[in-house]
Design a protein around this ligand. Structure first.
Ligand code: G6P
Length: 606
């Protein structure tokens, strides 16, 4: 969590920092701050609240003018959001911004206390700033090398030394950091969207590498201070992708980007109507050798894994266990060399997912990452990677990243099923062909926006909501429920429809709306019975079902119809109304849709 930017060049540094931070607010948004060299002095401005609050504060007070500086947007871990706890931290000599968590900060703090340092904030970050000050004798690189040997935990740091007013220093471990390379200007950033407006070129900073950045030069050294050759990377993401482009919210824009995102993700992985994951290192021999799969992820990505489980088990007849990453890593899982551990993650930086990957590797399992962010930690550490091509997802509530994760899980399921001999080549081609049609069917589903908005208007005053479904529909409804609660703050749960009568049905009253996902023929009669049960107890029911389904009269108050596709692929279209219902409910309740309270998009804490 937390976003970092840094700029050195001809432009007005404050403007570039604020602009860059605005692209990183998805990483945290409870406070913001900048430090800029103004006439060779480090000037710090920071404030609790959104970036807009900082901007306002500076407009009323002082807006630093200079050409070299660092900035930060925070998601609090140590100490509440407050002006004092906001970054940057430090003194007139050395000032830093930090993303990550220093695990031994208490110990270091005691040591620094004894050296006479006085602490102002409750943050772990202030300890790093003071430790840098303690070691500093005029050589920034040497100082940083000393400090990183003392600190334990995760960090990406942007550092200013008063004695070097034309440069930024940076170092990282666990938390991400890139160095943007421009013409006569350079940057640091936690993520590519922050620099896209200025340059598409960047270097990936590896753990414990130390960067020294001026307007004309980037020097990266190893932990012994030896200069390194770095390979320049080029971002393929378009600048427009990180802008709202006329949409009121990123979330709605990203919902609308799903057809393109899915198409871009699947097209390069299909050859002669067959799934083809060879470029990702997934070949026939490897697939044939798999005994079991574990899918490990958090949040929405974990929900994509739930759908994957149903599809893989159904088609390939291979056992799949889905784990929440924070549970997996502590449950001493029984994994072996013939198991494939699939890590699904949009950011590629989620701390628990990364730890799960490392555990799986230690135990000898093969690891496959399904990742959206190129060059992220998880992408780099896994044995194999399938990149999803969603482009930058800015809204904290994930939408298009989920769809492309599903698309990849389908390709994996088809490949595995074919290689295991569980389906014929013809069936595999048929399924792949159906997947190719999905972008158009998502387009078709987007036309249901009005009815989704109408359903939302009926949910807006609810205190609690229930999503029900069976099989794949249950897996999907988990995502629908999460979407609604995270952005509208209405409590909701998803429930296996058949399990309702074992307790939860006692909650049903006229005050408890129910959303029923009903797309699987074999289970539809059963789900219809469950809908009757809740209807009879007064619930207002919304059905999300296939076009062709003839629902019994009076069983649903509102119906959202979906285009027909292969039944196994129905989650790819059925998720769209669930996203839209959540979106409009949040909009109608006046919630901050793209930045829900207490959340952050990239969760690099455990
Ligand atoms: C956070 C986000 C979720 C996301 C989850 C996993 O909780 O708010 O939208 O699904 O992290 O993130 P990842 O980057 O690993 O997919």
């Amino acid at each position: 969590m937390c976003g970092i930017v840094g700029y050195v060049g001809e432009k007005n540094c404050t403007d570039v920092l604020i602009d860059g931070l605005s692209k990183l607010e998805y990483r945290g948004y409870d406070s913001a701050g900048i430090a800029v060299f103004e006439k060779n002095r480090i000037v710090v401005e920071k404030s609790k609240g959104r970036l807009a609050d900082l901007n306002e504060k500076m407009t009323q007070g002082h807006k630093p003018v200079g050409h070299c500086g660092i900035g930060h947007t925070r998601w609090a871990t140590h100490g509440e959001p407050s002006d004092i706890n906001s970054h940057p931290h430090g003194n007139k000599r050395i000032t830093i911004v930090h993303n990550g968590i220093i695990e031994n900060y208490q110990e270091l703090k005691k040591f620094l206390d004894r050296q006479g340092y006085k602490f102002e904030s409750e943050t772990d970050t202030e300890t790093i700033a003071k430790l840098l000050d303690y070691y500093y004798e005029g050589d920034p690189v040497k100082t940083i090398i000393n400090v990183i040997q003392e600190i334990q935990g995760s960090y990406a740091l942007g550092i200013l030394f008063r004695d070097f007013p034309d440069r930024i220093f940076a170092v990282r471990k666990e938390s991400p950091l890139i160095i943007g390379a421009g013409e006569g200007e350079n940057f640091i950033a936690s993520d590519v969207p922050a620099i896209l407006k200025y340059t598409r070129h960047y270097y990936l900073l590896e753990p414990e590498e130390i960067a020294e950045i001026t307007a004309d030069q980037v020097i990266v050294r190893d932990v012994h201070g030896q200069p390194l050759e770095k390979e320049l990377q080029t971002a393929t993401w378009d600048i427009d992708a990180a802008e709202k482009g006329g949409y009121e919210h990123f979330m709605r824009k990203e919902i609308y980007e799903q057809p393109t995102a899915v198409k871009t993700t699947i097209t390069p992985r299909i050859t002669d109507d067959m799934p083809d994951l060879k470029e990702c290192g997934i070949n026939s021999e490897m697939l044939k050798g798999i005994r079991r799969l574990f899918v490990v992820a958090c949040g929405t990505a974990m929900h994509a894994g739930m759908v994957g489980k149903y599809v893989i088990e159904k088609l390939a007849r291979v056992e799949v266990t889905v784990d929440i990453a924070s549970e997996f890593r502590y449950r001493d899982p029984l994994i072996s060399e013939r198991d494939l551990v699939v890590l699904i993650t949009q950011s590629g930086e989620t701390a628990d997912t990364l730890a799960a990957l490392r555990l799986a590797s230690q135990r000898g399992a093969k690891t496959l990452a399904v990742v959206n962010v190129k060059g992220s930690s998880i992408a780099r550490e896994a044995d194999m990677v399938i990149y999803t091509h969603a482009g930058p997802e800015i809204s904290v509530a994930s939408t298009k990243a989920y769809s492309v994760q599903l698309a990849v899980m389908y390709l994996l399921a088809f490949s595995l099923a074919y290689e295991k001999g569980a389906i014929t080549k013809e069936r595999c081609q048929e399924l792949t062909e159906a997947l190719k049609q999905i972008p158009e069917q998502i387009e078709e589903t987007l036309k249901q926006e009005d009815i989704c908005q109408y359903v939302a208007s009926k949910l807006v005053n609810a205190d609690s909501l229930l999503y029900i479904g069976r099989g794949l529909d249950y897996a999907l409804s988990m995502e629908g429920s999460l979407k609604l609660k995270e952005i509208s703050y209405i409590h909701s749960e998803s429930y296996a429809a058949g399990e309702l009568k074992h307790g939860t049905i006692s909650l049903i009253t006229e005050q408890m709306p129910v959303i029923s996902v009903i797309t699987q023929t074999a289970l539809q009669e059963k789900t219809i019975s469950n809908m009757k049960e809740v209807k009879a107890r007064g619930a207002k029911v919304t059905a999300i079902c296939r076009q062709s389904l003839d629902l019994p009269k009076d069983i649903a108050d509102y119906v959202v119809k979906l285009p027909e596709t292969e039944e196994l692929l129905m989650p790819m279209v059925a998720v769209v109304p669930l996203q839209m219902i959540a979106y409009y409910t949040a909009v109608l309740r006046g919630c901050d849709v793209d930045k829900p309270r207490n959340l952050a998009k990239s969760v690099t804490v455990e």
